[in-house]
Design a protein around this ligand. Sequence first.
Ligand SMILES: Cc1cc2nc3c(=O)[nH]c(=O)nc-3n(C[C@H](O)[C@H](O)[C@H](O)COP(=O)(O)OP(=O)(O)OC[C@H]3O[C@@H](n4cnc5c(N)ncnc54)[C@H](O)[C@@H]3O)c2cc1C
Length: 424
Amino acid sequence: MSGLQPENAGVGGIGETAEEKYGALAFDTALSTLVVVALYVVVKVSLDGFRQWRARISVLVVGSGPVGLTAALVAVRSGKVLKLTVLDERYRTALLCRPQQIALDPRSVKFLLGLGVDFDNMEGCWHNEHFFTRIGVFQEYLLSILEQKKQKVEIKVQLGTKFTEEYLQRILHNDWPRVIVVADGSCGDSCSVLGISSDYIVESCHAYGANATIERSDQRQVPTPEIRAHNLYFDLSAYGVEALREHKNPTAKSGFHLKIYGTFRNRYMALACPTSDTKMVRYLRQTANSSIMKNIFHESFNAYKTDIEPRLSDVTLHHMQCSRRLFEIQLSHRRISAAYIEGENVAVIVEGEAARVLNFDTGFGINLGMRGLESVGTFIYRTATAVDQNDVLEALSAKMQYSKQVAETFKQTGLTESMLSVVG
Ligand SMILES: Cc1cc2nc3c(=O)[nH]c(=O)nc-3n(C[C@H](O)[C@H](O)[C@H](O)COP(=O)(O)OP(=O)(O)OC[C@H]3O[C@@H](n4cnc5c(N)ncnc54)[C@H](O)[C@@H]3O)c2cc1C
C-alpha cells in the first residue's frame, strides 16, 4: 500500500498538471478569441465611424422658392453634402419679385436660427414672436448664405433652368445625385418627370373660408404685422338673412375669424369659421350673389385695418378681388411624398407646397413647408451613411411617415394656430 502511495501521488500530480495545462490552454484560447473579437469590433467601429464621417453625397434641389432654398441650407448644414445643385425655372429677377409677405411663426424661427439664419440681418419686422418679411427678401437672404458656403461645399445655383426629362437625361450616369429634393410649389410637375404619382389625399379641415386680395400700388411695400379679429357676425338682413338670433343662441358655434396680412401695397384677407349649419353660413356657402362676399370683406377691412392705411371706398373697391362665396377648407397632401429610383440609386423627397397645400390662404403657408423640412437633415445623414439599399429604403419610409404626420398635425391644430386663435 505504502509502496503505491508515491506512484498514486505521482499519477495525481501528472493529472493536475495536465488539467492545469488544459485550463491554461483554454484560458489562453478564450483570451485570444476575446482579444481578436474586441480588435475586430474596435476596427469595425472605427472603420464604420470613419466611413460615416467621410460619407458625402450629391444633392439636387428642384425649386428655389422659400422651401427649396431652406432645404438647400439644411443640406449644406448636414455636413454630408459634397455637391449641391439648386434649380429654378425662373430667372433671378422674376424669382425675387413676388409681392407676398411670409409670416414665420416661433417654431419656424427657431428652426431657421438653428440653420444659422440671422434675422437681424434681414429686412422684416417682429410681432408676437412672429417674423414678417417679403418672400423675395427671404429668398435673397438664403441665396446669399448659399453663396458664402461655396468655400466649403461645391454649390451650383442654376436659375432660369427648368427641371425636365431632358435635364435628367443630360446628367451623366455616374453624376446622378443621391438625393433629389422636389420643392417646385403647388403647380410644379417635377414629380411626374421622376415618375412619382400625382395622387393626392384631400381632407377637410372642418372649417369654411374665403380669401380676398387688395392691390394698391400707391401704398408701401414694407413688412407689416398681421391683424386678427374673432367672433365676428355680419348683418345680412338686407339679403333676408336674420342671423341675430343665432349668435345669441349659446349652443350656436362662435362666429367668423378674420385675418388681414401682407404689406400695405399687397393686402390679403382670410375669413374662416368652423363648419356649422347656421342660416348665415348656409347662405354664404350657397349664394350666387358675389357682391355679398365683397361687401363683407370691404366692411371688415375698414373696421380692422391699421389707422395709418387708407380706407377702401366705393371708388377704390375695384382694387379688391375675393372669393365669390364661402368654401370648405381642405388640405391636399401627396399620397407618395418619397420615392426610390432603383437603377440610379437615387432617393427623392417632396417638400413644401409640392407636397401639401391648402385651398385657402391663411398667410401661414410657409410654416407648413418648414415643418416638413425639420426631418430633411436626418434624412440626408441617413442616406449619405447608408450601407445598402435597405438603409435608404428605411430612411425614405421614415420620411414618408413624417410627412403624413405633418399633414395630420396641421389638420388638427394648424388652422386654429394660423387663423382661429387669439395671439399676443
Ligand atoms: C397670394 C398669396 C399670398 C400668400 N401670403 C402668404 C403669407 O402672407 N404668409 C405666408 O407664410 N405664406 C403666404 N403665402 C404662401 C407662400 O407663398 C407659400 O407657402 C410658399 O411660397 C411655398 O413655398 P414653396 O417653396 O413650397 O413653393 P414656391 O414658393 O411656389 O416655389 C416653387 C419654385 O419652384 C419653381 N419651379 C416650379 N417648377 C419648376 C421646374 N420644373 N424646374 C425648376 N423650378 C421649378 C418655381 O419657379 C418656384 O420658384 C401666400 C401665397 C400666395 C399665392
